[in-house]
Design a protein around this ligand. Structure first.
Ligand code: CA
Length: 343
């Protein structure tokens, strides 16, 4: 299962000392030589908070640049957490796709790449690939657990949820489910990204780390309820892992139904350009074959609206935020009961 080489061969460097106790705030710097800067660097923010003996937990935010609850939560921990209150080490990276974070875009404006589709990265690649390679080969080998804090981004609104990354490693799966349930989000969802292994969480699982994801609403804004869920959930997981004092809610996970995005049937795509008119709200129960909405070409009276249908029974888990859609855009996502019984 451990298919990640534990050696970093790139040119990235950092001004934090991973072996030092206490709090350090700094940067991972990746040499970057664009048109206006001959010998500059891309600076990726990082904090290390270490005290005594205990697990090392890496928390990532800003994997996509238009998702904010995670970066805010990580920033609060980095600045405000008293190192004396933890046992172990936190490596906090609130804005890993830093050019996208500064531009408030999903993908990097520097190389156009989606940071969550290029893992495990490439130390000889473009900036986005180099940042991922640094995390994979320099950060992950030090870590016991990885939290990747996403939201829906500008194009989606998603029910606040903690995410299980599927893995064929049965023991790791069991530990992942326990950690994700400790987060105690309103929903717990298995998301396989249609089997795509080029994500941060798939790479963390391949490296053997206990892995927790989130989806904290979206719409390209900060959601009050999701931010509070995120703050509490991260602390719950850190307590579960033994890094922080406290215990997760006693009933965390009790009677919790685990949902999943079950392959292509979970997604409703726009069949044409137009404006998507949804028929249901987030959280509503829907069934396969039921009309999900209409795509209307509002600029063409001769074009009939096109009805789209759900592909599976479940609840409306995610919904497109901008009304305007293009052919192939994701309009609705349905979460259904998880097929496999969690160990
Ligand atoms: Ca995301």
């Amino acid at each position: 299962m451990l298919n990640i080489p534990h050696s970093y061969t790139g040119n990235g460097f950092t001004n934090v000392d991973f072996d030092k106790q206490g709090r350090q705030l700094g940067f991972v710097s990746i040499p970057h030589s664009p048109n206006g800067d001959a010998w500059g660097v891309t600076q990726v923010p990082i904090a290390v908070i270490a005290n005594g003996e205990g697990p090392t937990v890496v928390i990532e935010g800003g994997n996509h640049g238009d998702e904010y609850e995670g970066p805010i939560t990580i920033g609060e921990l980095a600045r405000d957490l008293d190192p004396a209150t933890i046992q172990g080490r936190l490596i906090l990276m609130p804005a890993n796709n830093v050019h996208a974070v500064m531009a408030a875009t999903r993908t990097s404006p520097v190389d156009g790449l989606n940071f969550n589709r290029i893992w495990p990265g490439n130390a000889m690649g473009s900036i986005t690939e180099q940042i991922a390679a640094y995390v994979t080969h320099r950060i992950f080998p030090m870590a016991d657990a990885f939290l990747d804090l996403h939201s829906g981004g500008s194009s989606l609104d998603i029910l606040p949820s903690a995410i299980i990354e599927p893995t064929n490693d049965v023991e790791l799966h069991r530990r992942n489910v326990a950690a994700v349930e400790a987060f105690d989000a309103p929903y717990t969802v298995v998301i396989a990204n249609m089997g795509d292994q080029r994500t941060a969480t798939a790479t963390a699982c391949a490296a053997g780390l206990i892995t927790v994801g989130t989806e904290m609403r979206g719409r390209g804004t900060v959601s009050l309820d999701a931010l509070e869920i995120c703050r509490r959930g991260v602390r719950n997981v850190l307590a579960h892992l033994g890094v922080m004092e406290g215990t997760p809610p006693r009933d965390a996970g009790a009677d919790r139904q685990i949902l999943e995005l079950s392959g292509a049937a979970a997604y409703v795509y726009a069949p044409t350009d137009g404006v998507f008119e949804p028929f249901h709200q987030l959280g509503e129960r829907v069934s396969a074959g039921q009309p999900a909405g209409r795509v209307r070409r509002i600029w063409d009276l001769t074009a009939e609206p096109v009805t789209v249908h759900y592909g599976i029974d479940g609840i409306v888990y995610g919904q497109r935020h901008p009304g305007r859609v293009s052919l192939g855009n994701c309009c609705v996502v349905v979460a259904s009961p998880y097929g496999r019984v969690a160990p």
